[in-house]
Design a protein around this ligand. Sequence first.
Ligand SMILES: Nc1nc2c(c(=O)[nH]1)N[C@H]1C(S)=C(S)[C@@H](COP(=O)(O)O)O[C@H]1N2
Ligand SMILES: [Mo]
Length: 250
Amino acid sequence: MNSNVKIVPEYILRRRTILSFLLFFFCIAIALFSWNRLQHQPKVDNALAPLRKGLEVNEWLFSHMFSDGNLSRIYAKKFAAARVRVNGDLGLKNNSDTANWKLQLIKSNGDTLKIGLEEIKALPKTTITFDFKCIEGWNQITNWGGVRFSDFINKYALTAQSQMKYVGMVTPDGAYYVGVDMASMMHPQTILAYEMNGATLPLNQGYPLRLIIPVKYGVKHLKRIGNIFFANNKPRDYWHEIGYDYYCGM
Ligand SMILES: Nc1nc2c(c(=O)[nH]1)N[C@H]1C(S)=C(S)[C@@H](COP(=O)(O)O)O[C@H]1N2
Ligand SMILES: [Mo]
């Protein structure tokens, strides 16, 4: 017989089995207890308070790691998907919204600028190919063209507006809306996009104008921008209202 093999007496084996079972039931009891406690916590912005705290810690970490020198990885255009996934159609139901479309830019003093697509296309053009990521767990390398939000701000002399903390964006019918921190909006890779794969944006991907903001998850890339406004308080945000993270940073 191999002398390295240790024979464990049966009473020790039995004791280990019993201990394992006790530990197992103890863990289940702790899990049930915690789950029950969690259910009795108040809700903050539709998320249970302790979970919302977790999201706030995330937001703090991400926003402090963020700087606009921090570029998202870009890819050669040839890696961009030819068939781009369509996800989410909130605010896109009325294609008639696009007929006489003009971007409405609401300044913090209430003045509104109405800007047509041709005017936006006349601004300096930027293209980007990056890895688009959705919180549902898929990602895809995609190519977009449009005007950098920061270039747009400069061309329309909106420097005072860009001192505010947030930008809010809403679809023409008001059904989908997002709020984004100003630093992320002014990031050099953030664009108001009117092209995908070098062609006009398809209706279901936000024609005539959508946001492309590689430093954020998909939820913030609002398709079919109807109006844009500036605020120091967090603008309403569709997914935040049903309990998601507001910041949604990468
Ligand atoms: N108007 C509008 N924009 C939207 C959405 C939506 O439902 N409506 N969904 C968002 C989500 S969750 C994702 S992942 C991306 C998907 O963009 P795509 O359809 O071009 O892939 O759009 C975002 N922008
Ligand atoms: Mo998404």
